[in-house]
Each structure stands twice: as C-alpha cells, then as structure tokens.
Design a protein around this ligand. Sequence first.
Ligand SMILES: NC(=O)c1ccc[n+]([C@@H]2O[C@H](COP(=O)([O-])OP(=O)(O)OC[C@H]3O[C@@H](n4cnc5c(N)ncnc54)[C@H](O)[C@@H]3O)[C@@H](O)[C@H]2O)c1
Length: 437
Amino acid sequence: MKIAFVGCGYVFDIYMRTRWAHPELEVCGVFDIDAARLSTVSRHYGFDVYPSYDALLADPAVQIVVNLTSIRAHYLTIRRALEAGKHVYSEKVLTTDLDQTRELFAIAESRGLVLTGAPCNLYCDAVSTMWKAVRDGAIGKPLLVYAELDDNPAHLMELEKVQSPTGAPFPYAEEFQEGCTVEHVAYHLVWICAMFGPVTSVTAFSKALVEHKTDTPLSPSDTPDFSVGCLDFENGAAARITCSWVAPRDHRLRIIGEQGEICADNAFHDQAPVHLERFSRVSLSARKAYTVRTQPLIGRIFGIGGRRLPLVRRWKSHAVEAERGVGHSLKHRFVSWLRRREVYAQDKLLGIAEMTRAIDEHRPQPMPADFLIHLNELTLLIQRAGTTGIAMKPQTTFTRFEPLTDVATSPRDYRTSYRPHFFERLLAGTMVALHKR
Ligand SMILES: NC(=O)c1ccc[n+]([C@@H]2O[C@H](COP(=O)([O-])OP(=O)(O)OC[C@H]3O[C@@H](n4cnc5c(N)ncnc54)[C@H](O)[C@@H]3O)[C@@H](O)[C@H]2O)c1
C-alpha cells in the first residue's frame, strides 16, 4: 500500500522507529506546513516532499493519507483527504466535536473509503494476551477494570526542553490546551470497550488542578489536567479510568474477574509483561500483611501478582524489539535501547498495517466506524464532565466485535495452563486454620 504523511512533528519520529518492520507500507512522500520541519524530515529519512497538501492529495499513487497534524487541524485535513478519494489513518483524537467526527465517517462511507486511526495498542502483544486470557475464562467472569494514565506532574518535567530524535519540540502547549484526557484516555478506552462492549452510562469528574504549568500563554489555560471516568457497560461490567498530569507516572491496566485478576504494568508498552493471578484464599489474605504487600518478592511466594504470562505473538511483534534509522549516534542507540526496555515501546505503524491488511484481504476494518465514534464520544464526555459531573448516557453505541483471528485462535489456553505457586498450594489449609478462633 502506498501512503503519504501529513504532519511531521514530534510523533512522526515515533512512527519512524518501527518503519523498518513494515516494508509493505511504501511512503510516497510527506507534507508539513512547517517548511523547516519538512526539510529536516526529508534529509533525515530521505522522503520526497510535496510542495503543498493539494499536491499530496493530487498524487494518484497515494492510497492512504496518514494524518499526524495537530488536533485542531484534524477535521479539515481528514475531510480534504476523503474528498480527494484517499483512505485516511488519523492520529487521535479524530476531532473534538462529535458531529464533525460523525460527518467524516459519513463522507468516508458514502465514498467507499476507510477512515480509521490511533490508538493501535489494541493490536499489540500485551493487550492481545489480556484479551485472549479473558476469553479463555482465566479470571472467570470479568467484572471490573481499573486503568491508570497518570503522566507525572507535567509542570516539573521541563517539557519545553523535550525533543524528538530529529529535533521536533514536544508540543507541550497543545498537550496542555487539549488536555490529558483528550490526549490519552483512548489508550485505555480502546481495549476496554473492545473487550467489554458499548458503554451505557458515564459518570465522570474533571478539573484543572495545577494553575501554572508553563510560562507559555495557553488558550484555554484551564483545560482539566485530571479526570476520572466511571463507565457502566452494556454487558454488566464496570470500569474506572484515571488520567492526569498531576500524579506520578502510572500506566497500569487491571481486569478483575470473579476468579482472578489480569494486569499489565504499562499501557504505553506493546510488550508490557502481563500477569495472571487466580485468586486463592492465600493470596487474598496475604495482602493484608504490610510486609507481604510492600515486598514484591515475598508477595510472589504467597501468589500475589500471580504468574507472568507468555505473550501472544503477532505478525509485527518484532517491530518494537529493534529500532533502525531514527538516531545513529551512540547516545541515540543507548537511549533507544533503554526506552524500549524500561519506559515505552509502541509500534505506531501497526494500526496502518492492520488497516491495509484488511483492505487487501477485503475484510471489514478491525476497528469499525461505530466503535471509533463511540470512543470519540466517551473521550469528550469524560474530558468535559467538570466538577459537578453526573451520570451521562452516551448517544452512540457499537456492535461488539471479535479480536483479530490470530489472537482469538491462538493455541495457548491461559486458564488451563495456570499453576498456582508452590507455597500458595501448601499454605491453603493453614490459611483456613489462621482464620479460626
Ligand atoms: N506527542 C506525542 O507524544 C503524541 C503521541 C501520540 C499521538 N499524538 C498525536 O499526534 C498528533 C500530532 O502530534 P505531535 O506531537 O506530532 O504534534 P506536533 O505539533 O509536534 O506536530 C504536528 C505537526 O503538524 C503540522 N501541521 C499542523 N497543521 C497542519 C496542516 N494543516 N497541514 C500540514 N501540517 C500541519 C505542524 O507544523 C507540526 O509539524 C496529534 O493528534 C497528537 O494528539 C502525539
């Protein structure tokens, strides 16, 4: 498939990190309204540059426009691409106006085009593993999700000094103006809604807590930097999602079922370790003890945290296991290795790869339009809840869908392959005795 990028800012370099693993995506060229940025990107990656967006859209070779522009430019950029007959893959959030989002999908449908977009962590190994384990019944009936997206106290992080490997400044002003919820909550909504279905009620709270995040004037200056959304799902499950630029970093994903818990440590790491704990009287009671709770190695003996699951491997799993072509210096390579190992690793091209694979195989898109519209609405409901938030009923819904076939049919059964820890089994009787007079 032939693709072209519009918008070559900070996130563009993240897309480029895994390009080596996607030879099927042929880049025809790039365009950005910032000429300096365009020439840097062209020099660094060797891409052809279009003189204008019109020129990009007029190129008959381009089949997919990948929109990485700033959020405020999304609506027009996407609309023009669709009107020019191109499929579109867009960064999130598609737009910050539900009617505009609906309009874009209506244009795409009327022209037989695909409109889809980020986040694509739904397809990554860690989320695929969690989804397969839930479907295997590893935690019994899933009941509750706790999802965190605290991204550190932004005002202390000197974000003004953060740059991508080719020197694009981190767009901190835009991030503050759009807000942590609009920027981040979809990383959780995408997997939670895919697994549990449509949301029938949202009770949310959002507030701007840190008054002064930067000396740069912001407009608006009071976008919430904290939100919590409680979601009621049609299937009976519930979720609580927290986003902030106030609390220290915590990107955990947890699914609690009647029989156990599945958790992953990092929503921003495609291969984050996934742990399954099947609850036992031992592991649940041991948590009451301070030392057991606060010393992970001791906790493990009692079954707290369960077992690390072998990850489902997908067709592009290798993409985040190496990086070629973004930075060449020793420092770049060291930082890249450290980041992939410890901090985050995302294959942002995976969404485009899954999109093109579905087009090539004449299959429906793995993320249907009604699903993406629903995520868009939920994002805006949570962001705009304010401090007097009450339960809100979303106007939108979607038809539930299955995981991709290779995930659904992965041969490993996470329920039957689970073994409790030795001590957990040994202490089962003792725990009963300790709870008696
Ligand atoms: N920064 C991140 O870590 C990150 C991560 C994931 C997703 N995103 C999303 O990616 C998108 C881009 O974010 P970013 O961080 O790269 O922002 P950025 O400001 O660094 O880059 C945006 C680029 O788009 C260009 N641009 C703006 N309007 C344009 C237009 N009309 N035509 C052509 N080019 C235009 C700008 O000149 C700029 O180079 C946003 O939707 C954001 O939410 C960002």
